[in-house]
Ligand binder design. Sequence first.
Ligand SMILES: Cc1cc2nc3c(=O)[nH]c(=O)nc-3n(C[C@H](O)[C@H](O)[C@H](O)COP(=O)(O)O)c2cc1C
Length: 206
Amino acid sequence: MRDGFHFYEPHQGHGLPHDPFNAIVGPRPIGWVSSQDRDGHLNLAPYSFFNAFNYTPPIVGFSSIGYKDSVRNIAATGEFCWHLATRPLAEQMNASCAAVAPEVDEFALAGLTPRTSQVVDVQHVAEARVAFECRLSQLIQLHSAAGESLETWLVMGEVVGVHIDQSLLHDGVYQTAEARPILRGGGPADYFEVSAEQNFKMARPG
Ligand SMILES: Cc1cc2nc3c(=O)[nH]c(=O)nc-3n(C[C@H](O)[C@H](O)[C@H](O)COP(=O)(O)O)c2cc1C
């Protein structure tokens, strides 16, 4: 055992008051995802096991721990929209995670306005300053290193439409901090806001 380090094997428990895993792998961008079922019932939910995985074509993905409504809808329709979670929309984003019946519209619950998309049939959040329209590219059930199936689904989608509030483009260059993105930390309630002061620049070697 290395002096001064806490070591654990997750399958035996972490031995700490709180599982540090998602506080370590953080802060994470939030996949704030709208989807709809075959009858057109809208759904909106945040997923912080989310990231971008490819440039061309752009691909994003999120992981649903349990076969949740978002996964069921996306598996049925092959479409979803992603929204940038920002400080002014933090409360609405949080409200949209309520565990409610599939037919309950989290847009209404969170006081958000659905807006017709350009390419996909799923509506997106009008108030979001950035939204992606996505088509399901892969739906993968995760398994453990031992090959045992887990109740976790990774939803990957190709971004087929991008909406950006013009005011976030300065001379055509997208300003990450200007949108005040929020990211998820660990514990039950930790978030971080991105601001311009945290920005530093470093060129790649060579
Ligand atoms: C910031 C935030 C991040 C979340 N991240 C995840 C996640 O990565 N995976 C997951 O399964 N649930 C996550 N949840 C919980 C889901 O949002 C919640 O279970 C929601 O009710 C799922 O909605 P749905 O059944 O309509 O898809 C998160 C909740 C919040 C507030």
